[in-house]
Design a protein around this ligand. Structure first.
Ligand code: NAD
Ligand code: UFG
Length: 341
């Protein structure tokens, strides 16, 4: 049987690199395209160390349509998993045009190449952010999306979802899986890859990592007066390895069933910021310095996944816990300190 060849855009990034490992281990041939804006080339060596296979790499920016076409001419891919893009919510408020250019413009270039080279299957990294504020914090795929979105970043994800649907309507052979991620955390159990952003982190876990590494003094907990059990915001944190495995399941499903398939990838369980601090301290055996600060603009009190659809149709559910994620994050930090990651 011919081996399926998958192009991962943004594949040296956090979620992409973990997905590359899972796909290689599942027997797929993986190639990676990235402009290395928010990831490092060394990740390829780490993928090789874990799996024994170093994926072919194209250092290309999605905005460069000519370079992208060359990748497709050479690659002869079966499917694409599209991770590449910008993801900092606050930055997207300051530089909306850059976000539309990279995320939306980059996706249009990608889809044009896919059409030109007859690649008709795509898995897209969307986000729970497309739900915006809803009556219920438990988000179900059937809920309306695109309303009350807090940032241009969120709107780019919503727009791309719509562009993918329109592309599928125009081309009956085109098949799409839209994966709405909740809050990915953790690292590979080897400790060789993990979340290692080039920019200043904004998300909770990368900030906790910086505190643990002594690079930041303390965690500011953004608000303790929300209408939640302990007053801090609650999110659905999902181990990145579980998330990566969800992509392998989505790829299998792409060729079957409906032309457009949408899945929440979350654990279904909300955890508060205070609970995250406690989990980290328990795993590390050290207190995590923190203090309560003002609410952060745009934060919702809580949201989490209704993950029943992915469970039923993809036979996927999270298997790893928040403590597993904390342990793997600490292992990654330790390996990085020793120059191993
Ligand atoms: P990441 O920044 O680690 O990975 C994205 C990769 O895309 C990086 O390696 C970056 O260098 C690359 N990239 C950026 N602009 C590019 C361009 N113009 N051309 C080519 N490559 C480019 O982020 P991640 O956390 O791995 O996220 C992957 C995807 O998942 C993103 O689309 C993100 O929006 C989405 N997502 C992430 C989260 C999260 O919390 N991490 C939540 C929901 C959705
Ligand atoms: N938080 C703090 N202090 C910090 C950082 C975060 O208390 O220094 C809190 C936030 O208030 C929030 C929780 O930790 O309650 C998680 O915050 P993150 O920034 O890690 O994640 P968000 O839920 O705000 O955003 C994430 C992704 C977005 C995506 C959104 C919805 O980062 O890309 O989920 O899917 F849009």
């Amino acid at each position: 049987m011919k081996k399926e060849k998958i192009l991962l855009t943004g594949g040296t990034g956090y979620i992409g690199s973990h997905t590359a490992v899972e796909l290689i281990e599942a027997g797929y041939e993986v190639e990676i395209l990235d402009n290395l804006l928010n990831s490092k080339i060394i990740v390829l060596d780490k993928i090789a160390e874990i799996t024994g296979v170093r994926p072919k790499f194209y250092e290309v920016d999605l905005r460069d349509a000519e370079a992208l076409a060359k990748v497709f001419a050479e690659g002869k891919f079966t499917s694409v998993i599209h991770f590449a893009g910008l993801k900092a919510v606050a930055e997207s408020v300051e530089k909306p045009l850059m976000y539309y250019e990279v995320n939306v413009g980059g996706t249009i270039n990608l889809l044009e190449c896919m059409q030109e080279y007859g690649v008709n299957q795509i898995v897209f990294s969307s986000s729970a952010t497309v739900y915006g504020e809803q009556e219920s914090p438990k988000y179900v795929e059937t809920m309306r999306v695109g309303g009350n979105l807090a940032s241009p970043y969120g709107r780019t994800k919503y727009m791309i979802e719509e562009i993918l649907k329109d592309t599928a309507t125009a081309n009956p052979d085109f098949r799409v899986a839209i994966l709405r991620y909740f809050n990915p955390i953790g690292a590979h159990t080897s400790g060789l890859i993990g979340e290692d952003p080039n920019d200043k982190p904004n998300n909770l876990m990368p900030i906790i990592m910086k505190i643990a590494a002594g690079e930041l003094p303390e965690l500011m907990i953004y608000g303790n007066d929300y209408d939640t059990p302990d007053g801090s915001c609650r999110r659905d944190y999902i181990h990145v390895v579980d998330l990566a495995k969800g992509h392998a399941k989505a790829l299998e499903k792409l060729s079957q069933g409906k032309q457009i398939q949408i899945y929440n990838l979350g654990s279904g369980n909300p955890t508060s910021v205070f609970e995250m601090v406690k989990a980290f301290s328990e795993t590390s055996g050290k207190p995590l310095p923190h203090k309560v600060a003002d609410r952060r603009a745009g934060d919702l009190a809580e949201f989490y996944a209704d993950s029943a659809k992915a469970e039923k149709e993809l036979n996927w559910r999270t298997e790893l816990t928040i403590s597993d994620a904390m342990r793997d994050t600490l292992n990654f930090l330790e390996k990085r300190k020793n120059g191993r990651a």
